[in-house]
Design a binder for this molecule. Structure first.
Ligand code: ADP
Ligand code: ZN
Ligand code: ZN
Length: 748
């Protein structure tokens, strides 16, 4: 018997401890049923107590000597399907994106900390009026004051709140128990799920869908009702009415007894958006987000599991909501980076949605004004059905866009951050009491401190990234929080010309106030939205026209509807263009389109000013024209030339260690093994590196990278599996760790 098979089993998925799996042998007669996700009965512990477990992985290798491994007793036929699905999904995530099965399970099955579920208890009178009267006299005779008080109250109102009984009527618990035992009263308890949706007015005003919208809804529903399940791209400019289409489709799907998951980037999950859904679907909808307490999230998960909800809205993690009758997954703004997990397993929500849909017989709708190149390529290849919304729903015209060359401004001796055009338009809007948004993509290098004599840049000693200047004279590292005072002289050449370079949102706010002292300005960035509700408060204030100008980062361009905004200024479009990763142009295009989409959302026409040092760059020219198609064509040429995703696939290996030499040696060793493996299997793969990562050090941990490109994703998975094993069993790697990222979306 050489091909004995083993199963890794997790004993109880309903507890927080997912850290351990136990290995069991699979008896040959159970081979067929014992698959990943199967519920099994196994002997456990010294007494071989029989308990339930789930199979999470299969292998040919015993982890102990084979005769010590107990066999699985049986496979339970009617396992709860939902748990099996999610466990299989975790297994698939581990296989497809790397990491351990425990990492994957923790992603899919959120920690079930034993949170105290809020209970509403009440006390009910069980006897009828006559009996009560009789008892009343008896209590009076015996001078049972407490019982008398309670009975009196219950005779007026047969159900009383438990807390009222305890604390206002002052009835001792023992008395209640006694009366319950005698059959006079009964304690009722009802679990209250914490509902995170603040209830407000629920007035839903139906919109009359336009022709384009109606066509899409009808076509989808027709296919859905025919039983066909597939993947769809809803490609429509901002404000074209995608959300209305989603809601109409959702209404149909839930009328068929199915449940729906709606993913929205956390940053766009605002009060405004949520209330729109709430007004339409009421109590059958709930939200999940990272600001909710563990208890709140647990409650929503339980409500979903028990079928008390039809729809859940949330960011990436809402994908794992334990719906029993899932029928549709919608991913809005599917191109967003936040759909890719930044921690292991580094999964992409679109991929996982596809898999979960396949396992549950659901459809997937991806929506975007600027689809990711990945998704759009698949749509072009016919793998995803494409629906288009070509115009804005409210008859608003597309905004007029001005591209301003900042080099030209400098030549004309304009050293301000506002070009002449932007300044002129801002003055105009302020006069007309309309609103303005100024957008700054701070990610990248804005705010760094450098010497204009020698070029020296102040960096974090732990992270090798530039420190960001704050206006209290401090410089802060946004990776690890390190801070120091800004020096007066350059530490490298001693010159006095060391200063903050570039522009942060704070700086823009300051300059706006200086140029337009009469304007009311609000700022929104990570500093001003730290507190719970800070985000919503700023948006609400701006929506209420408590300010004329809103200055902010990416946060201000996502999914808000401000009818009075008629001017959007993009301070420095280049900031996201040279960030050193292959998606920089795509991201710039998306941000510019989104920002432009904020102008003139209602009856008032809008204008957009894009300020840039590279007015001829295709991501800027195509964004200015709102021409997605031609952006895509040019971007694809570049990706093809460089063999970057989506034309090819790319796997990143991140090797880290506390010691620099170890990280370096390990990456070289791993690179050699990798090339050897590729040669031996004659894989047509291309490798880059090893090299220090762009962030060579973070939190005092050294980072090195290797990139592998291959046409075929499966080949990269094979390489990952090989390297995972090699890394685990080779001594050269002690003190190091290895992470994988497929088709990476962030820079390393
Ligand atoms: P998107 O999700 O594509 O940005 P929305 O669904 O948010 O677009 O629609 C933008 C605005 O237009 C919203 O205020 C919405 O209520 C309105 N709207 C959408 N469809 C219609 C329609 N058919 N008739 C009238 N107003 C509509
Ligand atoms: Zn210097
Ligand atoms: Zn740091």
């Amino acid at each position: 018997m050489t091909d004995q098979r083993y199963a890794d089993i997790i004993i109880d998925i309903s507890h927080e401890n997912l850290d351990r799996t136990y290995q069991y042998a699979i008896p040959s007669e159970l081979l067929e049923q014992a698959t990943v996700g199967a519920l099994v009965l196994v002997p456990f512990g010294k007494g071989n107590r029989q308990i339930n477990g789930y199979i999470v992985d299969l292998s040919l290798e015993p982890k102990l000597s084979a005769e010590l491994i107990k066999p699985i007793r049986s496979v339970v036929a009617d396992a709860p399907v939902i748990d099996s699905h999610l466990i299989y999904l975790a297994y698939w995530i581990k296989e497809t994106f790397g990491g351990t099965i425990n990492d994957a399970l923790k992603t899919v099955i959120p920690v079930r900390k034993a949170v105290k579920i809020k209970e509403r208890k009440s006390v009910q009178l069980l006897i009828d009026g006559q009996q009560a009267e009789r008892l009343y006299l008896e209590y009076k005779r015996k001078n049972n004051k407490a019982k008398l008080r309670l009975l009196e109250a219950l005779m007026k109102d047969p159900i009383l709140n438990y807390d009222t009984v305890l604390h206002q009527l002052n009835i001792p618990r023992a008395t209640l128990q006694g009366m319950e035992e005698q059959g006079t009263i009964k304690m009722l308890s009802e679990q209250i799920y914490r509902n995170p949706l603040r209830t407000e007015n629920r007035e839903y005003q139906p919109v009359h869908l336009n022709e384009e919208q109606q066509y899409i809804v009808s076509d989808f529903i027709r296919e859905y009702d025919q039983g066909s399940r597939g993947e769809y791209l809803l490609h429509g400019v901002t404000g074209s009415g995608k959300t209305e289409v989603y809601m109409e489709i959702i209404a149909h799907v839930i009328s068929q007894g199915k449940q729906v998951i709606v993913l929205i980037p956390e940053i766009a999950l605002t009060y405004q958006t949520v209330q729109r859904f709430y007004r339409r679907f009421g109590d059958r909808i709930s939200i999940m987000n990272s600001k909710m307490s563990q208890g709140e999230r647990y409650d929503q998960s339980e409500r979903a599991r028990n079928g008390e909800l039809d729809i859940i809205i949330g960011p990436r993690s809402a994908l794992f909501t334990p719906f029993q009758k899932l029928g549709l997954i919608i991913i809005d703004e599917e191109h967003e980076n936040s759909y890719k997990s930044e921690t292991t397993p580094k999964y992409h929500a679109v991929w996982v949605a596809r898999k979960r849909a396949e396992l549950t017989g659901s459809s997937v709708i991806l929506g975007s004004a600027t689809p990711s190149t990945e998704t759009y390529l698949q749509a072009k290849q016919g793998k995803i059905k494409q629906y288009k919304l070509t115009k804005r729903a409210k008859e608003a015209k597309p905004p007029r866009v001005w591209v301003v060359d900042l080099r030209e401004e400098l030549k004309q001796k304009n050293k301000s951050i506002f070009s002449r055009k932007l300044k002129e338009l801002m003055e105009d809007r302020l006069q007309h009491k309309e609103q303005i948004m100024l957008f700054l993509n701070r990610r990248g290098y804005a705010g760094f401190v450098s010497c204009r004599s020698c070029g020296f840049v102040m960096k974090c000693p732990h992270c090798d990234i530039s420190l960001t200047s704050h206006n209290n004279g401090k410089m802060i590292c946004h990776y690890c929080g390190y801070e120091e005072q800004q020096p007066g002289l350059c530490p490298s050449c001693g010159s006095r010309y060391i200063a903050a370079f570039g522009t942060g949102t704070q700086k823009v706010e300051e300059l706006v106030k200086r140029e337009f002292p009469y304007a009311r300005v609000l700022r929104m960035d990570t500093d001003t939205t730290k507190n719970k509700g800070g985000h919503d408060a700023i948006l609400a204030a701006f929506a209420g026209h408590e300010a004329d100008i809103l200055v902010g980062t990416q946060m201000i361009v996502k999914g808000h509807d401000f009818p009075k905004v008629t001017l959007v200024g993009i301070i420095a479009a280049d900031l996201s263009l040279y960030t050193g990763d292959f998606r920089a142009s795509e991201r710039t295009f998306q941000l510019l389109c989104q920002a432009a989409g904020r102008a003139g959302r209602d009856a008032l026409p809008g204008e957009v000013v894009i300020q840039t040092y590279h007015p001829e760059h295709y991501s800027i020219t195509t964004a200015a024209e709102g021409d997605y198609e031609s952006f895509f064509e040019q971007e694809l040429l570049y990706r093809r030339l460089m063999q970057y995703p989506p034309v090819s696939h790319m796997l990143l290996l991140l090797i880290t260690s506390k010691q620099e030499e170890r990280a370096e040696a390990a990456s070289i060793h791993l690179g050699e093994a990798l090339r050897h493996y590729i040669q031996e299997l004659m894989l047509n793969a291309q490798t880059i590196g090893p090299a220090p990562a762009a962030i060579t050090k973070a939190n005092d941990i050294y980072r090195r990278v290797i990139y592998i490109k291959h046409q075929d994703y499966a080949a990269l998975v094979e390489i990952k599996n090989y390297l995972e094993g090699f890394f685990a069993y080779s001594e050269q790697f002690t003190g190091c760790s290895l992470q994988f990222d497929f088709d990476p979306m962030s820079s390393y």
